[in-house]
Write a protein that binds this ligand. Sequence first.
Ligand code: CO8
Length: 253
Amino acid sequence: MLIIEKKDHVVKISLNRPKKMNALNTEIIRKLADTLEELDRDSHVRAIVLTGNEKAFAAGADINELAATKPVEFVLKQFFRDWERIRTISKPLIAAVNGYALGGGNELAMCCDMIIASETAKFGQPEILLGVIPGAGGTQRLTKAIGRAKAMEMVLTGKTFSAAEALAWGLINRVTAPDEVENEALKLAHEIAAKPPVAVRLAKQAINKAQELPLDHGLNFEQNAFYLLFSSEDQQEGMQAFLEKRTPRFRGK
Ligand code: CO8
């Protein structure tokens, strides 16, 4: 269900249900949440790339599973708990999107911190075509990412949108040729992995607070995180290296 490859401080996770367009059933989401939490605890790992295959990042929640689920089962199974676990991973997550990122697939990409997409990628929230609405952040995170007007259009029409449109709306970071998506995402991951890991984590948290909190609370979080970093060895190394005109060696402490 998942293919995991490690190189230096970067891990690549590939969703692997190729015959089902990487449709996200409960099992794959549970496994992804378990894997990400394990990597979050592994001090050697500094950045994670999440990808699919050339046809699909993920074509949404598994409709076979959804169609057979009763309302109380969503409650009893705590259906979205694993999504919360993915959303709260503290290390940087980069989505490398080829092909379809639809419904839960687009929501999963939005759980990541940055999205690199192929010029042939297709984004959409087609739940309306199935008689429902997005359930894993598609009305909330999408609206914060691209604004109300475009979110309305995406969610209410269920249409798919190109990578170029997604880029223009600010949903994704950049567009590449199809065979360059993974490399580009890995390059970015390695670049971030070379930065001081504690500062990277706190920066990610602080930016996410900007989406969640009123400005004064967000600024307060930022200031406290800023103070805290002055207790890290990497802060001393970073500033000392600048003063000594040499390259810093960050150790994650
Ligand atoms: N669920 C289950 N199976 C799927 C899904 C899916 N989302 N998407 C594709 N598949 C299966 C197809 O049924 C088919 O299986 P089989 O060969 O056994 O018939 C196989 O994958 C290949 O698919 P297609 O033959 O349809 O391939 P095409 O290239 O013709 O079309 C599409 C590709 C356009 C991606 C098409 O498959 C499609 O429209 N898929 C459904 C997209 C969709 O509606 N996604 C939204 C699902 S609902 C949702 O995501 C709600 C999120 C709620 C929160 C998340 C909770 C987990």
